[in-house]
Ligand binder design. Structure first.
Ligand SMILES: [Zn+2]
Length: 111
């Protein structure tokens, strides 16, 4: 049995090696073994549903979140406009009406 990873684009298991590259015959995606995962860790920030987030996106908070340093709670369903992706544990930089500038974790929001 092959131990090749599934296609990172379409998740097909019918991938094959072509020299230094892996190729997916289903969607024609080609990638170098290992590089896709490294990129994932560094750049791609995903929401609670696994959708990729981008700077300027509007997201919705999916659970009540305590706001650090205050007694306020950011309510589930709160819309957050014009997010900015940053590095770190709290990887979304944003401004929320009534709260001001704050940071969120991408796992607690959805597009
Ligand atoms: Zn594919």
């Amino acid at each position: 049995m092959s131990t090749l990873p599934n296609c990172p684009k379409c998740n097909s298991e019918y991938t094959y090696e072509d020299g230094a590259l892996l190729v997916c015959p289903i969607c024609n995606h080609e990638w170098a073994l290992g590089s896709e995962e490294a990129n994932d860790d560094n750049k791609v920030i995903k929401d609670a549903n696994g959708n990729v987030l981008n700077d300027g996106d509007t997201v919705t908070v999916i659970k009540d979140l305590k706001v650090k340093g205050s007694s306020s709670v950011l309510k589930q369903g709160t819309k957050v406009k014009s997010i900015r992706l940053v590095e770190g544990d709290h990887n979304i930089d944003c401004k929320i009406e009534g709260f001001g500038a704050m940071k969120l974790k991408s796992e607690f929001v959805k597009k």
